[in-house]
Design a protein around this ligand. Structure first.
Ligand code: SF4
Ligand code: SF4
Length: 149
């Protein structure tokens, strides 16, 4: 990977390896979300996709994720700027909005555990979709993201 690529190149100019390395491993995009049909607002649950390894905050079957979870979203440089549902902390969103990576990001700090120690990741609070019945999802809403946020 090129030295400090995240500062020197646009998202569109990144190699696949650099693109993947940008992910801070927070797991927040793997929390279940539901759209309010009337307002368009997004309800975010503390329930994580069945494929998320909650301790590691990584997809447990990344190469086959679209076969197993068809609505898993492929983040691409073209779409990153429009993904308002991503957390403000997300590295892709930050760069798409012209912000810098956070000091705790592993590319800056060299420590992939800092995202967890800082409480950015879902490790400490997420529960797996495999452990929550669908009729209880409403009890697991932890945030509502306004559609125009
Ligand atoms: S929210 Fe962004 S940084 Fe966090 S896991 Fe998802 S893609 Fe990676
Ligand atoms: S399939 Fe993998 S990458 Fe997609 S939402 Fe689930 S855990 Fe996240």
């Amino acid at each position: 990977m090129r030295e400090r690529f995240w500062e020197r190149y646009t998202l569109e100019e990144l190699t696949d390896e650099e693109w993947e390395a940008l992910c801070d491993g927070c797991g927040q995009c793997c929390l279940l979300k539901f759209e309010d049909e009337d307002s368009g607002d997004l309800a975010v649950l503390n329930v994580a996709c069945e494929l998320l390894d909650i301790h590691g905050c990584r997809c447990s079957d990344y190469p086959h994720r679209f076969d197993k979870v068809p609505d898993c979203t492929q983040l691409t440089p073209e779409l990153a700027g429009r993904f308002k549902w991503l957390p403000h902390s997300c590295a892709y969103r930050r760069l798409a909005e012209g912000r810098k990576l956070a000091g705790w990001h592993h590319l800056i700090s060299g420590d992939p555990e800092r995202v967890h120690r800082k409480g950015i990741s879902v490790r400490s609070f997420a529960v797996s979709q495999t452990e929550v019945a669908e009729e209880h999802y409403e009890d697991h809403i932890i945030a509502v993201i306004p559609v125009d946020d």
